[in-house]
Design a binder for this molecule. Structure first.
Ligand SMILES: C[S@@+](CC[C@H](N)C(=O)[O-])C[C@H]1O[C@@H](n2cnc3c(N)ncnc32)[C@H](O)[C@@H]1O
Length: 273
C-alpha cells in the first residue's frame, strides 16, 4: 500500500532544496496531514504543504556557509579576544535578514528588554535562527542556560558549536516548536519575528503556542516594516498581537527598538515546577 505521508517526507528529505536541512518528521507530517484534514486532494495537499514549507524555512532570508562559519568561530576563540569573537558574530548575524536588521541596535535591544523582564538565568529562544550568536551583546553570565530551538539542522549544529566554544551548555535542539513543543521552563522565552509566519502556517497556532510556553516572560517581536522597508506594518502587527492575546490575562509592556516591535508578556501564572 502506498503511504502518502512517507512518500511526501521522502520527497522533501531527498530534494536538492531541503536535503541539507534534515527537517524534522513531525513538521512534515503536521503540514501534510493538516491539508489533507482540510479536505484537499492528495495532489493539492502536497502542493499546499510545499508552499507553506517554503514560507517556514524562508531560504530567501539568508544563510552563512555553515562549514566556514564553524571555522571562523574556532579561529576567533583561538585568537582569544572578545573583539575578534564579536567581529565574527557580526558577520554571521549579518547573513540572515532577521538578525541583520537587529545589528545596528543589538546592545540596546537586550538592555531594554531585560530592563523589563529582569536579567534571566535561563532563556528559551523559540525559532531562534542565528539569534543565539548575539549572546555576547546580552551581558549575561556563562552560567545562563540558553535553550534554543529551530527546525534547521545546520543552524542548530552551528549554535551548539558556538555555545561549546563560548563555555555555555550546548542546549540548542532541532525542534518544531508548534508540532513538537518543549516542556522546558525558562525565566524568559524569546519568540522573535516569527509569529506572523506561524499564523500563516496555522491560524490560531500562536494562541496555542503562547499558552503552552513555560516561561515567566514571553517576549514576542515583530518587524515594524516589511522586508524591503516599503510598508509600515505597525497597525497590522498590533492587530495580530492583540488578536492572539484576546481573553488571556497577561499584562503586556510594549517597546519599539529600531525596526522591531517588542511585546513583553508577563505570564505570571507560570512557575518553575
Ligand atoms: C524569521 S527567522 C527569525 C529568527 C530569529 N527568531 C530572529 O528573530 O533572529 C525564523 C526562524 O525560525 C525557524 N522556524 C520557523 N518555524 C519554526 C518552528 N515551527 N519551529 C522552530 N523553528 C522554526 C526558521 O528555520 C528560521 O530560522
Amino acid at each position: 500500500m502506498p503511504d502518502p505521508l512517507a512518500d511526501f517526507m521522502e520527497e522533501i528529505r531527498t530534494s536538492r532544496k531541503y536535503e541539507a536541512l534534515q527537517l524534522p518528521g513531525d513538521l512534515l507530517r503536521d503540514l501534510l496531514t493538516r491539508e489533507l484534514d482540510a479536505g484537499f486532494s492528495l495532489k493539492e495537499a502536497r502542493k499546499q504543504a510545499r508552499r507553506k514549507l517554503h514560507m517556514i524555512v524562508a531560504p530567501y532570508l539568508g544563510d552563512p556557509d555553515y562549514a566556514q562559519a564553524t571555522r571562523q568561530l574556532e579561529g576567533a576563540f583561538a585568537s582569544g579576544g572578545p573583539a575578534a569573537l564579536k567581529e565574527v558574530c557580526v558577520q554571521l548575524l549579518g547573513t540572515h535578514a532577521s538578525t541583520r536588521e537587529r545589528l545596528p541596535y543589538l546592545e540596546q535591544f537586550y538592555a531594554a528588554l531585560f530592563a523589563v523582564t529582569g536579567r534571566p538565568f535561563s532563556i528559551l529562544d523559540l525559532a531562534c535562527g542565528l539569534n543565539p550568536l548575539a549572546f555576547p551583546w546580552m551581558n549575561l553570565p556563562l552560567s545562563t542556560r540558553y535553550f534554543a530551538y529551530d527546525i534547521h539542522r545546520p543552524r542548530v549544529d552551528l549554535i551548539n558549536q558556538y555555545f561549546q566554544l563560548q563555555g555555555l551548555e550546548p542546549l540548542a535542539e532541532q525542534r518544531d516548536v508548534l508540532a513538537g513543543p518543549s516542556s522546558q521552563y525558562a525565566d524568559v522565552a524569546f519568540f522573535f519575528k516569527e509569529a506572523h509566519r506561524l499564523e500563516q502556517r496555522q491560524r490560531g497556532g500562536n494562541h496555542a503556542l503562547w499558552q503552552g510556553v513555560r516561561a515567566r516572560w514571553l517576549v514576542v517581536s515583530l518587524p515594524s516594516v516589511s522586508l524591503g522597508g516599503h510598508h509600515n506594518l505597525l497597525e497590522r502587527q498590533h492587530r495580530l498581537m492583540y488578536g492572539v492575546l484576546r481573553g488571556l490575562p497577561w499584562p503586556v509592556t510594549e517597546l519599539v527598538i529600531g525596526s522591531e516591535m517588542v511585546f513583553c508578556i508577563e505570564k505570571s501564572d507560570e512557575t518553575k515546577t
